[in-house]
Write a protein that binds this ligand. Sequence first.
Ligand code: USQ
Length: 370
Amino acid sequence: MVIVDNLSRRKIDVELGITSLTPIATVEDRLKAWQEVGAQPMGFVLLDLAREYERLLQLLRDEAPDAVVHFAEQRAAPYSMKSSACKRYTVDNNVNGTHNLLCAIVESGLDVHVVHLGTMGVYGYGSHRGATIPEGYLTVEVPQPDGGRFTEQILHPANPGSVYHMSKTLDQLLFFYYNKNDALRITDLHQGIVWGTNTNLCGKDPRLINRFDYDGDYGTVLNRFLMQAAIHYPLTVHGSGGQTRAFIHIRDSVKCVQLALDNPPVPGEMVKIFNQMTESHQVGQLAQKVAHLTGAEVAHLPNPRNEAKDNDLTVDNRCFLDLGLEPTTLDDGLLTEVVDVARRYAERCDRRRIPCTSAWTRTQAEAINP
Ligand code: USQ
C-alpha cells in the first residue's frame, strides 16, 4: 500500500495562516505510528498528481496496484470561491489530477479499479421538487418523432453550487468517457458532509489524529457547530438555516470506501455511483440540536454563499445499505465526543478565523464585510 501526496493541504494552511484544531504530526511520524498500532505498513511518495504525469505513470507501472483511491482534490467550497487564483487552482488541480490518473492508467495497460471521492453537491440543492435523488443515473423517457418513446439512463443533471463542486461535476464526465472508451473500472462516491473526528485506528495513537478544521474556509458545518459550542462561540448559521444537506459520520465514510474496494465494477460495467451519505438534516435544526445539547447560543448571519435559502433533500443510498453498511446516525454521545475533542484542543483555536469571509458574489461580500 502506498500513499501518494503532494502535501498541498499543509501548504494551504501556511498560505491561510491557520492550523487544524488538532495537532497534525509529520507524514513520517504518522506512518511510524500507523505501523506501531499494528496496521499494515504503508509507503509514501511525494508526488503532484496534477503536474508530474511521467512520475505517476512510472509509479503505476512499478506498483501495479489493484485499486487507486483518489482523494487528491482541493475539497473546500469556500476556499474555491475566495479569489480568482483559488478558483483557477481548484479547477487546475482537481480536473488535471483526475485526468492524469485516468490517462496514466490507460497508458500503463493495467486493470486498476479507481475509487474516487466525489460529492453529493454534484446534484445541486434546490430543484428536486420532492423527488428522490438516485445513485448517479436518472432513467428518462424520450419522445420520438413517430410518437413512440424510448427510455435511457443518463447521468443526473449536474447543478454545482461552487467552483469546487463544479470541478467534481467535470470529473464525472471524465469518468463517463474513460469508462466508455477504455473500459476503465471506476466507482464514484457522492459523499455528503463528513462529521466526527476519529476512526477506530486513528483513535489508537495521538500521532494519528485527524485534521479538525474549524475555520471559515475549510471547516464543515456540523463539526464547526460542535467546536463553536465547545468554546462558547454563538453557532454560525448562514441565513435562515433552511439549507438541507446530506451527512455521514467519518467512521462510515471509511467503511464505505472499504465496501467500494471490496465490490468493484465487473469488466464492461458502467461507472458505479454510490450516494455516500446516511441522513439529511437542515442546518438550522442541527444548530438547535447542538444548542440543546450544550447550551450554546445560535446566531443567524448573512449568508456568504449564493444558495437556495431552503430546500428539501431525499436521497437514495440503497447501494451501501445493500452491501451491509449500518449507518452511524446523529447520536448525542457521538456529538458530545466531538465537543470533547474540541475542548481538549481549545487553546489552539484562533477565534478570529471562525467567521466565513469567502463570499460567492460581490453583493454578498459587501453584506458580510460592510
Ligand atoms: N453553513 C452554515 N454555517 C457555517 C458553515 C456552513 O450555515 O458555519 C452552511 C452553508 O451555507 C451550507 C451548508 O452549511 O449551506 C454546508 O456547508 P459545509 O461547508 O458544511 O459543506 P460544503 O461547502 O457543501 O462542502 C463540504 C465539504 C466538501 C463535500 C461537501 C459534501 O467541504 O468536500 O464535497 O461538504 S456536500 O455538501 O454534500 O456536497
